[in-house]
Design a protein around this ligand. Sequence first.
Ligand code: CP
Length: 323
Amino acid sequence: MKVFQHVTDIGDLRAALAEAQEVKRDRYQWQHLGRNKTALLIFFNNSLRTRLSTQKAAMNLGMNVIVLDVNQGAWKLEAERGVVMDGDKSEHLLEAIPVMASYCDIIGVRSFARFESREDDYEERILDQFIRYSGRPVFFMESATVHPLQAFADLITIEEHKATARPKVVLTWAPHPKALPQAVPNSFAEWMQAADVDFVVTHPEGYELDPQFVGNARVDYDQMRAFEGADFVYAKNWSCPGVTRPADYGRVLHDYHTMMDWTVSARQMAVTRDARFMHCLPVRRNMIVTDDVIEGPRSLVIPEAANREVSAQVVLKRMLEAL
Ligand code: CP
């Protein structure tokens, strides 16, 4: 595997899920693969889970790990070609990428949507430069549009906890005080569409996800109706993807105080089929989900986060095998 961005990059999902379980049985059995190999993890944005789980996965495989927080101690990086660099950015990605690549064998990058331009974000202009100019395998640790390590971990978690062969999985928008990117819901939708699940998305009108990720998934603007009979409820906020009105890209369309009936609570969970609750974390309690639901016996947020180590290890293992 040279790039890990989309569900198609992982190939057959059944094989990937079986490999995840093999990792869980003994995660140290491939230490020879990573001997004298270095993973460079580059963060343009904050992280708790991705940073720790990916480092742990690389160490499980015997790799050396270098973590770079670009905005804390490195030179500020320019991404646009052709600009006169007379501002606060001292180095261009076009030099920085091959230099960083010379110190490692595999590169992971986190770079969120900047909301300056839908086109720039949805063309993945930062990650694309790493793919083009590093000469190394590149995996996405959450980009402007996708978070595949999270979606793979989510699928592993659903597979481990499902009680029926084809569970109903509901992705629900929930309120948040700030404008958040669409990377998590995009990838979750993409992976659920590829998995053997009955997938439904619910959100207020105006938050339609990009068709390249959500495909022909059923969308219901009535959250209570969408929750009926659900086996898994996946909550997440996202800002306007700008699908129907590009000018609204990255905007919060309503004052969140008026949207608090979308917060996942016992009221909605009562119409599900005793659904399991999921969220990628970090989560704002009593905005996205009430205390009782996230702390309750049906919450999967902790095992879901633990599976981030597993999804990262499968991806790194496959990249090492292909070096
Ligand atoms: N879910 C997730 O990616 O968490 P972090 O932002 O803490 O890495």
